[in-house]
Design a protein around this ligand. Structure first.
Ligand SMILES: [Zn+2]
Length: 252
């Protein structure tokens, strides 16, 4: 997933309060810096809320595991996507059962222990989750989504930036029009993420197993959702890419 505000619904009030404090600046210009600054502010707010609830990094061994796996991917991202080398990366774990895993713009990562436990993820599968999320951020998917929204509805140019950021996640009409882009971005993050993790040294076939688990855990494995391709098609694509990467030199 890569919602701009990857928050459970019960935290919506917090976000709106945050928006109220910042609203004013118009949507244009849409820049990478603005998107990253907004993400950093929201991330800090998420961490503060989790901390207040006793849900921020409550299990040191889990946070250490996520950071260890993330470190290799972050180092590889600096090679594959050189402009990420200057990011102020942050990696945290949470016991909040309503979170899963995400990397906000600019390298702000949060992973739920419940999500990792529910799918019984191996380190390689956790690397695949993290690499997918890092790919969303490295490929500037939030910025691309805001640009598309502006192209679809030019009136947003005269409205507050924060309201557009909120609308791409919560305005049903706009979300429906952005759905094809969201699905394409998921496929792109699957592909680029698997390549990133493979470059970092993880065996491609073990990375791809994450998508098999995702498919098996899904109650609708053969259907696309509003913003994600069908789990079965993601598993098929990951397996095909892993096979290509695992082929000996000369057979690719
Ligand atoms: Zn995603």
């Amino acid at each position: 997933m890569h919602a701009f505000f990857p928050l459970p619904a019960r935290r919506a009030a917090l976000v709106l309060a945050l928006l109220a404090g910042q609203a004013g600046a118009l949507t244009l210009p849409l820049t990478d810096e603005r998107v990253a600054a907004q993400a950093a502010a929201v991330y800090a707010d998420r961490l503060a809320a989790l901390d207040a609830a006793g849900q921020l990094d409550p299990v040191p061994a889990f946070t250490a595991r996520v950071r260890r796996v993330a470190a290799g991917l972050i180092a590889q991202a600096a090679r594959d996507y050189p402009d990420t080398a200057a990011w102020r990366w942050e990696v945290h774990g949470t016991s909040d059962p309503d979170q899963d895993a995400d990397c906000m713009a600019g390298g702000k990562i949060l992973v739920s222990q419940a999500y990792v436990a529910r799918l019984a993820l191996s380190d390689a599968e956790l690397a695949m989750v993290l690499a997918h999320e890092i790919a969303h951020a490295a490929l500037r998917h939030n910025l691309r989504e805001l640009e598309r929204a502006l192209a679809l509805e030019p009136a947003w140019a005269g409205r507050p930036f924060e309201a557009l950021v909120d609308a791409v996640d919560h305005d049903g009409d706009l979300m429906a029009r952005l759905a094809p882009l969201n699905v394409a971005q998921e496929r792109e993050a699957d592909h680029a993420g698997l390549l990133l993790a493979a470059h970092a040294g993880w065996p491609p076939e073990r990375l791809a197993q994450y998508y098999r688990k995702l498919m098996r855990a899904s109650d609708r494995p053969y259907f696309d959702s509003d913003d994600h391709p069908a789990p079965a098609s993601r598993w098929r694509a990951a397996r095909a890419l892993a096979t290509t990467l695992a082929a000996p030199q000369g057979q690719r």
